[in-house]
Write a protein that binds this ligand. Structure first.
Ligand SMILES: [Zn+2]
Length: 410
């Protein structure tokens, strides 16, 4: 889920987007997937860090049973035939719920409903999916030719400030939790909101320690850079960024700064690259920040009539569309950058499919992962390196998280 809350963006000002668009570099030719890339890809199951299909299904206001995921579902980025084409071996399904549930007091209820949806989806297609709670489960389920299905909680608002609830979510199958979504919490700051505790509060540190103890992966996507740094100091286990890209390549607060990339390498963690154009293409990233500024402005101007504010923002979006320049090469640039700064052991894929309103050319849905394999071959990566990025690195992180949990529980 990409939504950004209000942001103060003094540097962006009101630079016309036409100026930004002029910086767009000439597009590179499309990538064609060779037999060699297909062969490598087939033997290297993709382990993707973030897919929002559960929320996309909920938003249709139809029930899971009304969709036959074993057939083409063009209204989503995800269905079973395309997961198979994409060579997906394991997927962290996001049980995202909006931060607006906090005000209504039903973050936990909604999260439990989304966990239930994932479990029902897995149960409805038993020859395709298997529910995984460990690396041993992932290996077993992949070995059976199925797609290992894991649960990721997107935003600490889901625990409603309770370590007990955090433990209950682990028992329900959650194996990572993103510390925040787009709203700062009393105990952890978001990159998309005003800071409250300057990173993590004392309770926030306790949350990280409890996740380490249980064996739940600490996910630092969406949090502020100060929160990233502090969590990396506190954690005893490797972290993940389930769906974040590199800030040096596209200067967006949802991305990871270079110093944090280095800290993540020292920590043994993994940055799983998000495909959303607003985070991977430099021009689209600046438009996205400008859009956030405009949203804040309209919300202030029409504070008595938020529908009008939404309408004004839609008009602005129509007048200032994305560049349409973003393609697979942008995503490969982020992989290259994380490899350059952190190393080949610290990059993975966290597509954000079904959680974003736009995608790069050639990466339009879950069937397209082989294009990344070809793109990496074209850029000189070896088969072993490609296997790490497609899934090996996140599996190593999860295995280490399990080991640390065993040590801390003794
Ligand atoms: Zn998200």
């Amino acid at each position: 889920m990409y939504r950004l809350n209000v942001m103060v963006l003094g540097l962006i000002g009101l630079l016309p987007l036409g100026v930004l668009a002029q910086e767009t570099t000439a597009s590179k030719p499309p990538i064609r997937v060779s037999d060699r890339a297909r062969a490598i890809h087939q033997n290297a199951p993709v382990v993707d860090g973030h897919n929002d299909l559960p929320w996309a299904i909920r938003e249709t206001e139809r029930t899971l049973a009304q969709f036959d995921l074993s057939t083409s579902q063009p209204q989503f980025h995800t269905d079973i035939p395309r997961l198979r084409q994409g060579g997906v071996g394991a997927q962290f399904w996001s049980v995202f719920v909006p931060t607006s549930t906090s005000a209504k007091g039903n973050s936990l209820t909604t999260t439990l409903e989304q966990i239930d949806l994932v479990k029902r989806m897995v149960a409805a297609y038993p020859t395709t999916f298997g529910l995984a709670g460990s690396t041993a489960d992932i290996e077993r389920i992949c070995g059976e030719g199925k797609i290992a299905s894991l649960i990721g909680v997107e935003g600490g608002h889901s625990i409603e400030n309770s370590l007990n609830v955090l433990r209950q979510l682990y028992k329900q199958g959650a194996r990572y939790m993103t510390l925040t979504h787009s709203m700062s919490l009393p105990w952890a700051d978001s990159c998309s909101d005003e800071e409250i505790s300057g990173g993590l509060s004392a309770f926030g540190e306790e949350v990280v320690r409890e996740m380490n103890r249980m064996g739940m992966i600490v996910d630092l996507s969406h949090v502020s850079p100060a929160c990233m740094r502090q969590a990396l100091t506190v954690t005893k286990a490797p972290v993940m960024f389930s769906h974040s890209s590199a800030r040096k390549v596209a200067d967006h607060p949802r991305n990871v700064p270079d110093d944090v990339l280095k800290l993540t390498a020292e920590n043994g963690g993994v940055v799983m690259i998000n495909f959303f154009p607003d985070f991977v293409n430099a021009v689209d990233a600046r438009r996205s920040l400008l859009r956030s500024t405009m949203r804040k402005r309209f919300n202030q101007e029409f504070s008595e009539d938020l529908e009008r504010a939404d309408g004004e923002l839609r008009k602005w979006e129509q007048a200032n569309p994305r560049s349409d320049a973003c393609d697979i090469h942008d995503v490969l640039d982020h992989i290259d950058h994380v490899v350059k700064v952190a190393g080949i052991d610290h990059v993975g894929l966290g597509s954000d499919y079904d959680g974003v309103p736009a995608l790069p050319k050639q990466l339009g849905d879950v069937s397209t992962y082989p294009v990344i394999t070809q793109g990496m071959l074209d850029r000189g990566y070896t088969e072993e390196q490609i296997r790490k990025v497609l899934g090996g690195n996140i599996l190593r992180v999860f295995r280490q998280v399990e080991k640390v949990s065993q040590t801390l529980s003794q």
